[in-house]
Design a protein around this ligand. Sequence first.
Ligand code: ADP
Ligand code: 5GP
Length: 214
Amino acid sequence: MTLTGEHMAQDKGIIVVVSGFSGTGKGTLMKRLMERYDNYTLSVSMTTREPREGEVDGRDYFFTTDEKFMRLISEGRFIEHAGYCGHYYGTPRDFVEEQLDAGRDVLLEIEVQGALQVKEKFPEALLLFVTAPSAEELSARLHGRGTEDEETIRRRLERAKDEAVCIDRYDYLLVNDDLERCTEEMHQTIRAAHRAPVRNKEFIGEIIRSLGKI
Ligand code: ADP
Ligand code: 5GP
């Protein structure tokens, strides 16, 4: 058998975790990536926070109560879950597993505690951390979005300081300066990550087996 790039994991789906401080532009980037390429599926998280104006249940999040969220945790229905600025957020397990089996790259736009849980359970997951070009720009984007009051913005910027110390646990850092450039860089980073040995154990096995036949 001749081994080619086709045998590598690019035909299998991988989990791509995307984190970054609130207001960095993660949601905007995810939207752009989905518009531009068709090999990605975005996981829809569950949260106990209130919907923002324009957010749709089942599209942006599955909005739920604390009681139901706790029940789903006890039933093991999340891949990961975390508390963030007074609310719970979690990634429903079934959908992610279904999409990976179907060969799709699944994007999880989640905060750092959840990202580290994913890495522990799925060591082959790819962890990307996105930053804004500066703290001033981050604050300006968060204010400019106009979806949170001053107190909530203050808590989110405060939380960014805790998150920053975990950045070194990620695989790659991306700067969301220009949206189009960063979208393209993210896509290229994911494509390259498909070729990493950690995601190609079967391919490596084939190489070793074929050498044994010489
Ligand atoms: P996050 O999901 O990380 O909290 P959003 O995607 O909601 O952030 O983006 C926060 C704000 O910044 C939005 O108003 C969005 O339009 C804006 N934004 C996103 N990316 C860029 C960019 N590259 N340049 C300028 N503004 C941006
Ligand atoms: P927001 O309230 O702005 O939509 O999200 C707040 C934070 O929660 C963001 O950092 C976002 O990435 C994160 N988040 C969204 N969904 C999930 C999830 O399912 N799990 C975890 N751990 N974090 C999430």
